[in-house]
Design a protein around this ligand. Structure first.
Ligand code: HEC
Length: 135
C-alpha cells in the first residue's frame, strides 16, 4: 500500500498542478483569450458597474486608480498598472477576462474570481479598465 501511494500521490499532485497551470492566464497571453468576444457592450452602465466591482475587489492590490501597487498588496507582489499599454498576459478583452476569471499564473499572486464574480461582472470590469486606459 505504501509503495503505491508513494507513486500515486505525487502523480495526482502533479496532475492538479498542471491543470491549474493550463487554466491560468500566464505571461504571453493565450490563444483561447484571443478568440473570445466581449459579449457585454461597453456603455456608461457597464463601465459604472465595472468600476464599482473594481473598487470592491481589486482596489487594495491594483490601487483605486488602477495604476498598480495598491496599499494592501501582499508583500513582495507587484500588482500591475492596468491603465498603461503593457499587458504581460495579453491585451485583448478575452485575455484580460481570463486573467480575472482564472488568476494570474504561474505564481497566482492574484487568485481567480471565478467563484466570486459573475461572468457579466468580469466583462464589466474589462470595459471599465478599457475606459481608464491611457490613450
Ligand atoms: C491579492 C492582490 C490582487 C488582487 C486582489 C487583484 N490582483 Fe490583479 N494582479 C495582481 C498581481 C500581483 C498581478 C501581476 C502578476 C504577475 O505579473 O506576476 C496582477 C495582474 C493582473 C492583470 C494582468 C496585467 C497584465 O499586464 O497582463 C490584470 C488584468 C489584473 N491583475 C486585473 C485584476 C482585477 C480586475 C482584479 C479585481 C477583480 C484584480 N486584478 C485583483 C494582484 C492582485
Amino acid at each position: 500500500m505504501r509503495r503505491i501511494s508513494n507513486v500515486l500521490i505525487p502523480a495526482f499532485a502533479c496532475a492538479v498542478f498542471m491543470t491549474a497551470a493550463l487554466l491560468a492566464q500566464n505571461p504571453g497571453g493565450s490563444p483561447e483569450g484571443k478568440k473570445m468576444k466581449n459579449p457585454v457592450a461597453s456603455n456608461a452602465e457597464s463601465i459604472k458597474a465595472g468600476q464599482a466591482a473594481f473598487q470592491k475587489n481589486c482596489r487594495f492590490c491594483h490601487g483605486a486608480d488602477a495604476k498598480g501597487n495598491g496599499p494592501m498588496a501582499p508583500e513582495g507582489t507587484h500588482p500591475s498598472n492596468l491603465t498603461d499599454d503593457q499587458w504581460d498576459r495579453g491585451s485583448t478583452d478575452g485575455e484580460i477576462f481570463l486573467v480575472i476569471r482564472d488568476g494570474a499564473g504561474p505564481k497566482f499572486d492574484m487568485k481567480g474570481y471565478k467563484s466570486k464574480m459573475l461572468e457579466t461582472d468580469i466583462w464589466n470590469v474589462v470595459n471599465y479598465l478599457r475606459s481608464v486606459q491611457a490613450k
